[in-house]
Write a protein that binds this ligand. Structure first.
Ligand code: A2P
Length: 276
């Protein structure tokens, strides 16, 4: 397994990130991130909207790792769509985390979560201009988007001539977002896979378990490896030591034939495509 992906600006990003969505702030989050760092993760993914940046930052600082040894991602909440709000809430994230720069800053979604699908093109462009400014000032080492379709990304690039480095999307076996992934690959945008285990719902699937058995690995490890072999960067989340550890162990390869088999797994209730 490669240790990191290289973004279009040359920045190296460790190839598995530790996801912290839904890990409550406080002891749970602090201990999980501490454990993840102890067990070898060097990439932590959080967001202002997760409400746990303070615990993430404290764990990173207390880990005694050097700042440049840990890749930290956070996100601008989806409802803020002005230039000034982007700067304001970026500074709030920095303060919460207690860091003086962020490795990757993402627009959390193209629309507020309460208004999914709303056209916020104008606001996204405004926000993107603020992101480019933060990038040019060195306050963030790379910038990107999350949950964006091709039609959401195009206007950003047309207005600023700055292509996002990353698009973080809901990606896992049975939800492989072929349209948006194709666009990202053609434009050298790294796709990050959030919920690589389908928030755990893939783990009981019979077809997945059958393939996993062949490699003598858990369904979780197979799902994570699948993302990597699709050239996406998985962000698995767990609060259990044995799982946090296992989710980093990728010393096996899924054959082309089995990848195809997994490509064809259909789980109706988990399928939700980002459409252009
Ligand atoms: P827990 O936090 O109790 O370990 P996703 O990364 O797709 O969001 O999935 C996260 C869910 O999958 C969580 O409920 C997490 O539970 C569970 N999970 C994470 N890693 C494993 C694993 N290796 N084996 C079983 N369940 C796991």
């Amino acid at each position: 397994m490669k240790d990191y992906f290289v973004l279009s600006n040359g920045v190296k990003i460790p190839s598995i990130g530790f996801g912290t969505w839904q890990i409550p702030d406080g002891t749970d989050c602090y201990l999980s991130v501490m454990l993840a760092l102890k067990l070898g993760y060097r990439h932590i993914d959080t967001a202002l909207a997760y409400g746990n940046e303070r615990s993430v930052g404290k764990a990173i600082r207390d880990s005694k790792l050097k700042r440049e040894e840990v890749f930290v991602t956070t996100k601008l909440p989806a409802q803020y769509k002005t230039y000034d709000e982007a700067i304001k809430y970026f500074n709030e994230s920095l303060e919460n985390l207690g860091l003086n720069y962020i490795d990757l800053y993402l627009i959390h979604a193209p629309w507020p979560w309460a208004e999914v699908g709303k056209d916020c093109t104008k606001g996204n462009v405004e926000v993107w201009k603020a992101f480019v400014k933060l990038y040019n000032e060195g306050k963030v080492k790379s910038i990107g988007v999350s949950n964006f379709r091709e039609t959401d990304i195009r206007p950003l690039v047309e207005e600023t001539n700055f292509m996002p480095h990353v698009n973080q999307i809901r990606f896992f076996i049975s939800n492989i977002q072929e349209d948006v992934v194709k666009y990202c690959k053609e434009n050298n945008i790294l796709v990050e896979a959030y919920s690589p285990l389908g928030t755990g719902k893939l783990l009981g699937n019979e077809e997945i378990n059958e393939v996993a058995k062949k490699y003598n690995v858990s369904a979780a490890r197979l799902c994570i490896k699948y993302c990597l072999q699709k050239d996406t960067l998985p962000l698995p989340k767990s609060t259990h030591e044995d799982r946090i550890k296992a989710n980093l162990e990728m010393d096996f390869d899924i054959s082309d034939e089995d990848m195809k088999k997994l490509d064809n797994v259909k789980i109706e209730e988990l399928y939700r495509e980002l459409r252009s």
